[in-house]
Structure formats: C-alpha cells, structure tokens
Design a protein around this ligand. Structure first.
Ligand SMILES: C[S@@+](CC[C@H](N)C(=O)[O-])C[C@H]1O[C@@H](n2cnc3c(N)ncnc32)[C@H](O)[C@@H]1O
Length: 265
C-alpha cells in the first residue's frame, strides 16, 4: 500500500499519503485465498483471514504504535498484521487449539476464554481500532457442502468446536444478533473517542432464504456507532458450485462485508 507521498498535516487518523488514503476508499477489493505455504495449524481453522488484507485496514484506521483489539481472534491473523504494521494488539479466543496457534504467531497478549467474560477485564478507552470477524451465526453447523467435503478429506476442522459458549453454536438468529450487539456495546467503552469498529460478516443462506446479517447488524448498532459504509471483500478464485441448478437461483456467495463503524460519544 505504501508510496512516498506526503502526509497531510490535517490527517489525524493515519500515516498515509493522499494517494494511499484515496486508494483504500474504493468500496470493494479482491483478496483471494490463503497463502499456499500456510501451516497446518492455521489451515485447521475453518475461517482464518489473510493478515495482508487486515494490514490495509489497520494502516488506514490507526497510526503506528496505536493499539488494536480483535475479540474473535481465531488463529491470530490480526495480531500478525499488527506486528507487520508496527501497531500493538490484543486478542481473545475461546478454543484452546486456536488460542495456541495465535500465541505461537505473535508476541502480543492473547487471552483464552469467552469474550463476554474477558472484555470487562480490558482497560477502558485504550483501543484505536477494533477489527474482527465473529462467527457468521451457525453457518458452519449446517450440513456438509462441496467445500466442506474437501476439508473433511484433509482432516481439517469444519466447525470451530462444540463449546456452548461459541457464538457459532447459537440456534436462533435473534439471540445471535443480540449477543453480538451486547459484545459490540461493551467494546464501545474500550474504544478511544472517534475510534473505529470494523466487522467482517456475510449475509448467510438458511433454509433456502438469505438472512441479511450484514444489513441488520449496523442498524442495531446505531445507538453506539455511526455506520460509515462497507468495503466488500471479493473472492475471485473460489470454485463455482452448481447450487440450485437447474431449478432455482442459489448464489455462490464469494464475498464478505467489512462493515465500517465509528464510535459515537
Ligand atoms: C471467523 S473466526 C475468526 C478468524 C480469525 N479472523 C482468523 O484469521 O483466524 C471467529 C472466531 O471466534 C471464536 N469464538 C466464537 N465464540 C467465541 C466466544 N464466545 N469468545 C471468544 N471467541 C469466540 C471462534 O472460536 C473463532 O475462532
């Protein structure tokens, strides 16, 4: 992302030149796959994201030295991205296996346990950015599809696990969204004034209908955050599967939403 342009003295948000700033504001980007040399420990996790993708967000929404929070840390990609961009970070992960992977990838603090218990132990008004990807409701619990079959054959996890504290185990959509709203409300207290919250999420298919989680979540957070918009993460190299063919339209969902929210006072 770097170029050698000047930083505008009025820019209090980040350390980017004008060109770099404007480049990031495009409402979509393509980021494909995980690196081919990815370790088994990282690959084991069914939904890790590439650190380089997160680096661009961190570079836009913070300055070097500032502190970033990821409350659904998984394998620790966000903290790797913090190290690569000279920021600091803290993460929380429920499952010991992913916690261990995250610990082995970073020198920053990683807390093991339920986000709802651990968030109140963190210092108020200390984070410049929260960037995270929660479970996409219970989509990983659904029946096996083509991609899952491949993972099964390789002995990789299809679900995070069976812990009832896992937000991906919640059956009812309302309960899932209420829990997420509660968590992001707690995070509001931990963020510095004007800090940003970035949530990666998808609209998901459930019993033949789309459930627009990515549209519902910002609406439910408006009391605490202003919604600044989304950047759509396109995955251009995923295989197309014949879902629905030849009876009905069923999309190959090859995009995620990075919802960009800003703390209200
Ligand atoms: C979409 S994944 C995050 C993946 C991560 N971005 C990465 O690159 O590895 C969501 C994570 O949230 C964790 N999780 C689910 N419920 C949780 C809870 N109650 N407290 C803490 N972590 C939880 C899951 O174990 C999973 O690793």
């Amino acid at each position: 992302m770097k170029d050698s342009g000047k930083i505008d003295p009025r820019n209090k948000l980040n350390a980017l030149s004008g060109k770099e700033w404007i480049r990031f504001t495009k409402s979509w980007f393509i980021a494909d796959g995980r690196p081919s040399d990815i370790s088994h420990e990282i690959d084991l996790h069914p939904a890790s994201f590439p650190p380089s993708m997160i680096e661009e967000f961190i570079e836009f929404f913070t300055k070097p030295g500032e502190i970033v929070l990821d409350p659904f840390l998984g394998t620790g990609s966000t903290l790797v991205a913090c190290e690569n961009t000279a920021r600091k970070g803290i993460g929380i992960e429920l499952y010991p296996k992913y916690f261990k992977t995250a610990k082995s990838r970073t020198k920053f603090p990683v807390l093991e346990g339920d986000v709802r218990i651990l968030l109140p132990t963190l210092e108020k008004q200390s984070f410049s950015l929260c960037i995270t990807s929660p479970p996409y409701w219970r989509i990983l619990k659904k029946k096996k599809d083509y991609n899952q079959q491949e993972r099964l054959e390789k002995g990789l996890d299809l679900q995070y696990g069976q812990n009832p504290l896992d937000l991906g185990m919640i059956e009812e959509k309302e309960e899932f969204l209420n829990e997420l709203v509660d968590i992001f409300t707690k995070i509001h207290e931990l963020l510095l004034p004007q800090a940003h919250l970035i949530v990666f999420i998808q609209n998901v298919r459930d019993k033949g209908e789309m459930i627009p989680l990515a549209f519902e979540l910002p609406l439910r957070l408006t009391k605490w955050y202003s919604f600044l918009g989304e950047r759509i993460w396109l995955q251009n190299q995923k295989n197309l599967r014949p879902y629905g063919y030849p009876y009905s339209f069923v999309s190959n969902i090859h995009h995620h939403y990075a919802l960009i929210l800003k703390k209200r006072k």
